[in-house]
Ligand binder design. Sequence first.
Ligand SMILES: NC(=O)c1ccc[n+]([C@@H]2O[C@H](COP(=O)([O-])OP(=O)(O)OC[C@H]3O[C@@H](n4cnc5c(N)ncnc54)[C@H](O)[C@@H]3O)[C@@H](O)[C@H]2O)c1
Ligand SMILES: [Zn+2]
Length: 375
Amino acid sequence: MTAPLRSGEPIVVQVALGARAYGIAIGRGLIGVLGERIKALRPGARTVVVTDETVARHHLAAVEAALKSAGIDVARIVVPEGEGAKSYATFETVCEAIIAARIERSDLVVALGGGVVGDLAGFAAACVRRGLDFVQVPTTLLAQVDSSVGGKTGINSRHGKNLIGAFHQPILVIADTALLDSLPERQFRAGYAEVAKYGLLGDAAFFAWLEANWRDVFAGGPSRERAIAVCCRAKAAIVARDERESGERALLNLGHTFGHALEAAAGYSERLLHGEAVALGMSLAFEFSARKGLIGGTDAARAAAHLAAVGLPTRLSDVPGGMPGVDALMDLIAQDKKVKRGTLTFILARGIGQAFVADAVDPAEVRAFLADKIQ
Ligand SMILES: NC(=O)c1ccc[n+]([C@@H]2O[C@H](COP(=O)([O-])OP(=O)(O)OC[C@H]3O[C@@H](n4cnc5c(N)ncnc54)[C@H](O)[C@@H]3O)[C@@H](O)[C@H]2O)c1
Ligand SMILES: [Zn+2]
């Protein structure tokens, strides 16, 4: 858990990756200094802002004004909103538009949006001219605490999500928490699942702090910056130790094996947002850990109680329209990329804040657990 921070000044979290190190600046109104920050890092660079239609409506004018006021040349690429934009077709459009905007190796791509825009624009930056530098300006809570940090970029394949991609770290992340004020509450809440995830996976004190302060995080008080900073610090530390997910980084997948299966079962639709699926997945992972005797039932109940208190789903019956049967869910779990030679990899817990990678989970045990849950 981090020390209290003075209000009014941005919090800067460093991602220690040697030559690829960068800073994440977190604070209310930081968009105003975007131009200065970019100019300090890459004097003379031109920029192209990639964003989606909804974010463009709310925030593109302010971002362009901030860049122009620092004397930075700016082009724009606006893609349709939603997961569908992480496609080959939109990827092609973005790459061609970056080239058409005459963005050179010394110039910059600015990803302004949620995880969709960040993943898409980051991947285009990784590919055009064999790699352009890029800056993340995340506009969803999920993107501020998770997707904008760590350098995973990519698009979806017909075989599954995020199967085409690259590790490409940004050179700067500017997380302006005021941008979240325009985010629909349901999207904010879904992003909050990833915030709670950091407490549940490795920081019991942070989880307890969230139990006491989540209302202020939602209301946009000082706890919001603080919570985002704690999450970014946690992710930065994990990424610095395991950039390419050969070990510890997998802990960030807490709730995601169950979650991805549930998301797929709901057809990646409005019925179940990613963060909602993760909340449900984390509740299931904790319950499954309790069933395996790894933790007491109280910890599992406490994890679920907090997620339910903020309005996130924690039971399969919370999903509107219901979920498919055990066979279909097991098929979806088996299709997830975390399957090795017939056993399943899950992130399980020995307590709140004590997640670990369990890489030889017997599918029969998972099936029996889900069968009980579905009844
Ligand atoms: N790269 C990674 O490490 C990583 C990690 C987690 C998730 N992801 C990816 O992130 C994506 C999900 O990201 P997301 O939840 O941010 O979704 P998103 O980018 O689709 O944004 C959600 C919705 O909110 C709108 N929106 C965004 N910012 C807004 C704002 N400030 N005001 C009003 N509306 C706004 C968007 O237009 C969209 O409709 C998934 O594709 C997932 O695979 C990537
Ligand atoms: Zn996630």
